[in-house]
Ligand binder design. Structure first.
Ligand code: SDX
Length: 427
């Protein structure tokens, strides 16, 4: 197999190196394209363009494969917990007991959030979408942790990383509790990372906290499944903002905003709203399938399709199975789950969806579990952000340690050519 690709244009030939990844993916290295040809490439949505070489997550969209640092998502969802998966993504290896214990302890030591952050939260109307609140509060943390903005050494990065892993769940629980009119509380450092999140989110001020292991285990698995997904929209946002050395917290705040969109992480909320609309419409899935296929109708079947997966999203398989188990264990009967399964069956047999290789993605079933856990629909994408946090951190850290250049794409200009200025009176 050749290690170079040749471009022929206007009677000239240009050779470019071809690089091969550890999973045999091939890429044409065009770093010198403009210098040698005077031309650039153009690829809206970067469907064919690699932004970086990365050792964190591997996807095979045709085979429906997802691995974090070489470990299959199926193994990690079954055998790991979220904190050790976070360690694996960020530092590249599964932690030893000693490493995990130190990581957990370093995080616990930083699990307070300045009381003045509550004053910022107070400024938001109760109706504020929690993703907007979370992006703002994450950016606000910069002001309360100034020493952890301009980090460049591995040690400084570690200190910034444990701080945000500690404080982000507090902000998530505060966003939920604000939404529900509950007092803003702190966690309990005697608990595990995910159990502490559940307690912070759901503890009632006037009731003894009741541990629900089903909810804890379900959330732990969901967070693992959302933890990273290579160069998706929000992760690419974190990397490009971080490439200007804007700092970790600012980069994460930007990533939260990118994830909010209904074509990306916001889809889990949009799926539930779609399923509820179908239920309200008498369960008429055929009407919504027709809308999804109608080119004149902007409606899309939320939770279906994916830029990379042209087969089942492996996470969707795991979440679908978990949805049955969790609802059964919690004794929840939710007609929405039956509507979802009916819609999935129809879509998988529909030629339009088959031709376009549109399968359920990670967002199709996750909201059903969140709903069974008592999480409000508007918080679903916040839960996605909570899961994706270690992946964003890992990708930001890799980009900074690799000293990658500031991200600055080119364009093809299609506007007006040079023209003389016309005074106001003559226009
Ligand atoms: C996530 O990138 C990641 O890794 C993201 C993510 C992660 O973990 O970070 O996996 C999380 O964002 C999952 C995706 C969640 N979004 C949704 O469920 C929203 C609904 N899905 C679509 O909007 C769409 O499938 C995208 C945005 C996910 C992908 O869009 P692409 O890759 O740009 O594909 P496309 O728009 O070019 O679609 C190709 C064809 C088009 O039809 P034709 O023009 O060829 O006739 O498929 C059609 C589209 O109209 N199509 C759909 C559809 N998705 C694509 N038609 C109906 N319903 C859909 N959901």
């Amino acid at each position: 197999m050749s290690d170079k690709a040749t471009l022929q244009y206007n009677g000239n030939s240009y050779d470019f190196p071809v690089i091969k990844g550890t999973e045999n993916e091939l890429a044409i290295d065009i770093k010198k394209l403009r210098a040698s040809t005077g031309m650039i490439t153009i690829d809206p949505g970067y469907k064919n363009t690699g932004s970086c070489e990365s050792g964190i997550t591997f996807l095979d969209g045709e085979k429906g494969i997802l691995r974090y640092r070489g470990y299959s998502i199926e193994d990690l969802a079954e055998k790991a917990d979220f904190l050790e998966t976070a360690y694996l993504l960020i530092f590249g290896e599964l932690p030893t007991e000693e490493q995990l214990s130190k990581f957990d302890q370093d995080i616990k030591e930083q699990s307070h959030v300045d009381e003045d952050v509550k004053k910022i939260l107070d400024g938001f109307p109760k109706s504020a979408h929690p993703m907007g609140v979370l992006s703002s509060l994450t950016s606000a943390l910069i002001a309360f942790n100034p020493a952890f903005v301009n980090v460049s050494s591995e040690e400084e990065m570690y200190n910034a990383i444990v701080r945000i892993l500690a404080k982000f769940p507090v902000l998530v629980s505060w966003a939920l509790r604000k939404n529900k009119g509950l007092p803003l509380d702190y966690g309990d450092n005697s608990l595990g990372y995910v159990e502490n999140i559940v307690k912070m989110m759901f503890r009632r001020p006037n009731q003894e906290y009741q541990k629900n292991q089903i909810v804890i285990d379900a959330l732990d698995k969901l967070l693992i499944l959302h933890a990273d997904h290579e160069q998706n929209c929000s992760t690419s946002t974190v990397r490009i903002v971080g490439s200007s050395h804007a700092g970790l917290f600012a980069s994460l705040s930007a990533g939260i905003s990118a994830l909010w969109g209904p074509l990306h992480g916001g889809a889990n909320q949009a799926v539930l709203e779609m399923l509820e609309a179908i239920e309200a419409d008498g369960g008429d899935t055929k009407k919504y399938m027709a809308k999804a296929k109608d080119k004149n109708d902007p409606f899309r079947l939320m939770g279906f399709g994916h830029r990379v997966y042209k087969n089942f999203d492996p996470r969707a398989r795991i979440i679908k199975k978990a949805a049955d188990e969790v609802l059964n264990d919690l004794g929840v009967v939710d007609p929405i789950l039956d509507i979802a399964k009916g819609l999935e069956k129809e879509a998988l047999e529909d030629q339009y969806f088959v031709d376009r290789k549109l399968y359920p993605n990670v967002d199709f079933y996750s909201g059903i579990i969140y709903r069974a856990m008592g999480i409000p629909t508007e918080m679903f994408t916040v839960m996605f952000a909570l899961g994706r946090l270690p992946g964003w951190i890992a990708q930001w850290r890799e980009m900074r340690l690799n000293n990658e250049p500031i991200g600055r794409p080119r364009q093809v200009y299609t506007g007006a050519n040079l023209r003389p200025f016309v005074d106001l009176g003559n226009r």
